[in-house]
Write a protein that binds this ligand. Structure first.
Ligand SMILES: NC(=O)CC[C@H](N)C(=O)O
Length: 386
């Protein structure tokens, strides 16, 4: 890969080893440091770019045409007013064209600029993806300057000095600081999927960086939802007398957030209440049960990942976004492995043998991606009603 900046370049990606990719800056100007990951989804860029689990990451889309339909305020966004709680950098093959969609309220470029998301377009994303596949997710700085002034040495040093995601608790920054009731945004349950009916049940969602579509999916079952901060104690959660607890997705290293979250999850387990974990919530539930988590060589980010449900034998195509995973070999006796990735065999789900407690690595709320695993919300709601 090149270490030269092409003439006329207004954006760069500088890796910790000194590799430089240059192209056209889009979105916000300035620079941001993070780990570069690639996402293979072909649609849903607005949902992906507002997923809090991408905090401290720079996202390269493998699909070349991103931004064609612009952005709209009606489609699902995973975060409201806190754009810093998501990916801070985006890498694109093509410069986004003028939006062509009757629902568009603006361009991707303008939306990124207004949210402080720095973009770099016109780079060889296939070569970048191959590099990530060979060497793992590199630490890097993405920078955009309309005048094309880049201090490559300083940017390389910044990338090299960044400590990375291992050991980093980001949930505390992604989480709400106040408990609140979620009353908005139930959607119509898609046809063809048995709709969970929660009746008068209530849940507490522990927000480690929760995607709004998890709340919307739950709201669609009729359940009463209280969202609480990541640092909430089990005592405070149980004092709300919920019928079940959801441990949300979120950014960062599960072992780091687990330092304060896992002792509380253990107490929630002792309460015997139904528990459902998603992604970071899955990883920390596994730690609470005695398993280990690892930084993956190849993370999973996309909307086309095959996962096998080992209890039914069915394969579901799912949305994925993770760089850490539960070490399937470390699962304790009390736990069964319920799902595995058909890409690399990594663990994608667990359940307790004797309690209504389960979790998955993938995203049943989709957003973006297919809805094959929506049944998991039904499994959870049914366990609260049982
Ligand atoms: N989507 C998530 O919750 C991600 C969990 C965790 N931060 C990981 O990268 O593995």
């Amino acid at each position: 890969m090149t270490t030269q900046i092409l003439s006329g370049a207004t954006g760069v990606l500088v890796l910790a080893d000194g590799t430089v990719l240059s192209g056209i800056g889009v979105g916000a100007t300035g620079s941001a440091v993070g780990e570069v990951v690639f996402n293979t989804a072909m649609s849903g860029y607005q949902e992906i770019l507002t997923d809090p689990s991408y905090m401290s990451q720079i996202l390269a889309f493998t699909f070349p045409h991103i931004g064609n339909v612009g952005v709209n305020l009606e489609d699902v966004e995973q975060i409201g007013e806190a754009p810093e709680r998501a990916a801070r950098g985006v890498i694109l093959r093509d410069v986004p064209t003028e939006p062509a969609n009757w629902r568009a309220t603006g361009s991707l470029d303008g939306w990124m600029a207004s949210r402080g998301v720095i973009g770099l377009a016109g780079v060889d994303t296939r070569a970048l993806t191959q590099l990530i596949r060979e060497k793992g997710a590199p630490h890097a700085v993405i920078a955009h300057d309309p005048e094309g002034r880049f201090d490559l040495e300083a940017l390389t040093a910044q990338a090299r000095d960044w400590k990375g995601l291992v050991g980093l608790d980001l949930a505390k920054d992604a989480s709400t600081t106040q408990a609140f009731e979620w009353t908005e945004g139930a959607w119509e349950w898609p046809t063809g999927y048995a709709k969970p009916e929660a009746g008068d049940k209530s849940v507490v969602v522990v927000d480690y960086g929760v995607k709004r579509n998890i709340l919307r999916a739950l709201a669609s079952t009729g359940v009463k939802i209280t969202v609480v901060p990541a640092s909430t104690t089990a005592e405070d959660i149980l004092a709300r007398n919920p019928d079940g607890v959801v441990l949300s997705n979120g950014p960062g290293d599960p072992a780091a957030t687990g330092e304060y979250a896992v002792p509380e999850i253990k107490k929630l387990l002792d309460s015997g209440k139904p528990l459902m974990g998603i992604c970071l919530g899955h990883q920390m539930l596994a730690i609470a049960l005695g398993a280990k988590t690892l930084k993956m060589e190849q993370g999973h980010h996309g909307a086309n990942h095959p996962v096998k449900d080992l209890t039914t034998g069915k394969v579901e195509i799912v949305s994925m976004n993770h760089e850490f995973s539960v070490d399937g070999a470390s699962l304790p006796e009390a736990v069964v492995e319920t799902h595995v990735s058909l890409f690399d065999g990594t663990n994608c789900g667990i359940a307790m043998k004797d309690r209504p407690v389960f979790s998955v690595q993938h995203h049943p709320e989709a957003s973006s991606g297919p809805t094959d695993s929506l049944y998991l919300f039904k499994r959870f709601v049914d366990s609260m009603r049982a």
